[in-house]
Design a protein around this ligand. Structure first.
Ligand code: NAP
Length: 476
């Protein structure tokens, strides 16, 4: 335990010690040379506040009356029901957590008043969130006139952005995990990521905010790649996860000036599954490439306008040309007919390649081929290049699969897999084994993100910073 506290002292200003998680309180010592604050918490499991052990009221009172605790810790965090407040602490935080369901603005307000009545120096309210717009009522506490400092926390993936932007907008502090895997609440970010990836201490109310709009943002590498680009230029900009299930509500309540309920200085979005097509109806303008592909993966906010772009097509074709050369008349088989395949086929047709599309659903292949004026693939014709634009090969249940048959692969000169996790997929391994050149999806991931940066900022970002941030996350 002391080792963990020593490590926390290197990254945190305040170290919370969760005594309810510890077997014994003996032999815990303050870290050497730590000028910050120690916060003690003794959360009961009973009462639904997220503690780890059953504790009677008598046990809790005895804990807080123990002089060893007030000598060790500067601040304490109490639940609403424990009164009166114990003596000997410089700051008393009173906290309430809504773990079970997303609370209404009224429920948050009445909890706020109950906490004030209970007596405290700091009010902490943490709420469950399922969609990014669930964060609005708790975030708006920061705008409320209050006699006490506030710690509003939106838990869960959808609430991550509040943990990142909170202090810049007046939150008293934010909570972080010492390491990933040691989170004490859902959606906690590690302390080193808050400091080094999101540069939390450099953010202010004027910081330009970018984010990824997706149904599940927890696996996205975009925050690491784009924050590395912003960080290497020391720009006053940050990129946050925005887990959105209700896109209409997000655009109306958080983005459009005439209706929005929060002021977050949004400057742009990366858009991913399942919003690449549905975002289009919310845009004021859309560029020619995005229109032809029928999908938008990048939005730039210019004044009150939302402008849509698609960087997947250029991001896809640039590494391919680098590895293969001129694509004119190259015979190319694309596997898959989803959003990524649309961008690939558009880019390849623009280069003058002869493209065939292969999917598991023949009718879909025919419709897709007709729309783009290409062939629906069949049998085992010979191709110079094979492209996998399906999830087959991705870490997880599809990892051992490949969309491309041996017969097609053996005649090819190059295999390009859009999947980037794992770095080397089954398709790429099999290609290399028979002397076929292999290009992984990581190259497209970086190339399309570089174009996003240029669209948003007009400045060429540091490719090196973006690459190494992504590789670090993929642990390569
Ligand atoms: P999508 O819109 O969901 O399309 C997926 C396509 O794969 C669909 O045509 C689907 O067929 C097909 N498919 C799904 N499961 C399959 C299976 N078990 N067997 C055969 N075909 C299957 O997804 P997307 O956005 O196009 O992305 C496709 C892949 O490209 C993903 O792995 C994604 O991570 C990757 N990607 C990489 C980058 C990058 O920068 N490297 C960028 C974009 C996408 P149906 O149409 O029949 O459902």
């Amino acid at each position: 335990m002391n080792g963990l506290i020593e490590r926390a002292a290197k990254v945190a200003d305040v170290i919370e010690v969760r005594f309810d998680c510890l077997e014994a309180i003996a032999r815990i010592t303050r870290p050497r040379d730590f000028a910050g604050t120690i916060l003690a918490t003794y959360r009961p499991q009973n009462g639904g506040q997220g503690g780890t052990r059953e504790l009677s009221e008598t046990e809790r009172e005895a804990f807080w009356a123990n002089p060893e605790i007030s000598e060790f810790a500067d601040w304490c965090d109490l639940e609403i029901d424990l009164r009166p407040s114990p003596a000997g602490f410089k700051n008393i935080i009173r906290s309430f957590h809504f773990f079970e369901s997303v609370p209404s603005a009224d429920e948050i307000e009445s909890t706020f008043r109950t906490i004030l009545d209970a007596g405290c120096d700091v009010v902490k309210i943490a709420v469950r969130t399922d969609d990014v717009t669930d964060t609005i009522p708790i975030w708006k506490l920061l705008e409320r006139p209050s006699s006490k400092p506030l710690v509003p926390i939106a838990m869960g993936e959808a609430g991550k952005w509040t943990r990142i932007l909170g202090p810049a907008h007046g939150a008293f502090m934010t909570y972080a995990a010492l390491d990933s895997g040691r989170e004490t609440a859902p959606g906690q970010i590690s302390a080193t990521d808050l400091r080094d990836v999101y540069r939390i201490k450099e953010l202010d109310v004027n910081t330009d905010v970018y984010g990824i709009l997706g149904g599940d943002t927890s696996y996205s590498l975009s925050p690491f790649i784009h924050n590395a680009a912003f960080g290497s230029k020391r720009s006053n900009a940050v990129f946050v996860p925005l887990q959105v299930s209700d896109l209409d509500a997000f655009i109306r309540r958080m983005v459009r000036r005439e209706a929005r309920e929060v002021e977050l200085n949004f400057k742009g979005f990366a858009v991913t599954i399942p919003h690449k097509v549905s975002i289009i109806r919310h845009l004021d303008e859309i560029d020619e490439t995005a229109r032809a592909i029928g999908a938008v993966n990048t939005v730039k906010v210019v004044g009150d306008k939302l402008i849509g772009f698609n960087t997947d097509a250029d991001g896809f074709v640039q590494p391919l040309k680098k590895a293969y050369g001129d694509l004119k008349n190259a015979r190319i088989a694309v596997f898959g007919a989803g959003g990524a395949a649309r961008a690939c086929v558009y880019a390849l047709s623009r280069e003058g390649a002869k493209v065939s599309i292969f999917t598991r659903d023949e009718q879909k292949a025919t419709r897709f081929a007709d729309e783009f004026g290409i062939q629906a693939g069949a049998g085992s014709a010979r191709f110079d290049i094979v492209v996998n634009a399906t999830p087959l090969g991705t870490t997880g249940r599809h990892e051992t699969e490949s969309a491309v048959s041996d017969a097609i692969l053996k005649d090819a000169r190059l295999a390009y897999d859009l999947v980037y996790n794992p770095f080397e997929t089954r398709l790429l391994r099999e290609a290399k084994a028979i002397g076929v050149k292999a290009v992984g999806g990581f190259e497209m991931l970086i190339a399309q993100a570089i174009r996003q940066q240029i669209i948003w900022t007009g400045i060429e970002p540091s490719e090196e910073a973006m690459r190494s941030a992504a590789l670090k996350r993929l642990r390569i």
